[in-house]
Design a protein around this ligand. Structure first.
Ligand code: MN
Ligand code: MN
Length: 300
């Protein structure tokens, strides 16, 4: 199936913005920077360039593999000697570009970062209509292993849909027996994660969660909770958001109870931070690609 030109243009625009923002933040990131400033800078660059964030900017440090974004009034900073994954999502009219890079402030982990980038290059080289997911996973695993590192086995790439980050199909980064194939016209976030050979090589959920998504429109008692839910529905639809984006929706003294009711009523689901199970550092590289012709086109 080919993608109509009108939609392709929106994907291209989202991809171009994503790439520009990624390169800009990569250049300016420093040890000691407040993480909240990094998140807000990325999100405001996205808006200035004519896109909207498809999810809150993720700034995940060392053994945190993904899903950390600053809560309101966050005081954390980029630690010295760290490796930092910056994961950026942008949409234009619901068409999403998802891209990530790892910034390395620790010479010891440079080859870990390069290996994630090489695995991503290998992935882009391989992806074409008809490719078996199983073959893809094996090749990524082999690329990472021959360089002396380990893939994170339970983090995958994912098919992208309109207003959907994860549209059902997963692209494994390790051998995984499956009859599923990559199809023409599909868009994927491709994202190998690497860790050191001595690590367990899996992620587990951490105790914190600062990213949320609308699950169901439940009936609510608190009028401010209703107002908040209305705002979420209108502005983010099925896309993830964070509390930093809700601070001015209801009076300040009503916010805490309103948000609590959204959680307790299960109107929202939360995404906990992902942490490498043995506490080892993780690197990531990600592009969004369109599968077409006899290969794929990198959008980001
Ligand atoms: Mn991503
Ligand atoms: Mn992704």
């Amino acid at each position: 199936m080919t993608v109509p030109e009108e939609i392709l243009q929106k994907y291209r625009q989202a991809g171009r913005i994503a790439a520009e923002v990624r390169e800009e933040i990569k250049k300016t990131l420093r040890e000691g920077m407040p993480i909240i400033d990094v998140c807000e800078k990325v999100e405001s660059m996205i808006r200035k360039k004519g896109g909207k964030p498809a999810f809150p900017c993720n700034v995940s440090v060392n053994e945190v593999a993904a899903h950390y974004t600053s809560p309101p009034r966050d005081v954390r900073t980029i630690p010295e000697n760290s490796i930092v994954k910056i994961d950026i999502g942008i949409h234009v009219d619901g068409y999403i570009a998802d891209t990530a890079t790892t910034v390395c402030f620790n010479p010891e982990y440079e080859s870990l970062v390069h290996t994630a980038e090489e695995a991503l290059e290998k992935a882009v080289e391989m992806l074409r209509p008809g490719l078996l997911m199983t073959r893809f996973g094996s090749a990524i695993q082999k690329t990472i292993k021959t360089r002396g590192f380990k893939p994170i086995s339970n983090l995958t790439g994912h098919k992208i849909g309109r207003y959907l980050i994860h549209a059902g199909k997963s692209l494994p980064n390790v051998f995984h027996l499956s009859a599923a194939r990559v199809l023409e016209g599909e868009v994927y976030g491709v994202e190998p994660f690497t860790t050191v050979a001595s690590a367990v090589g899996r992620i587990k959920n951490g105790s914190e969660a600062h990213i949320f998504r609308l699950l169901k429109h439940k009936s609510l008692k608190n009028p401010y909770a209703k107002q908040l839910l209305g705002y979420i529905k209108e502005n983010f639809r099925t896309l993830p958001f964070t509390e930093r984006w809700l601070q001015e929706c209801v009076p300040q003294n009503r916010y805490k109870d309103a948000f609590s009711e959204l959680l307790s009523s299960k109107s929202l689901i939360s995404y906990p931070v992902f942490i490498e199970a043995s506490g080892k550092p993780v690197a990531q590289a990600e592009h969004t690609v369109l599968v077409s012709g006899d290969g794929c086109v990198v959008l980001t």
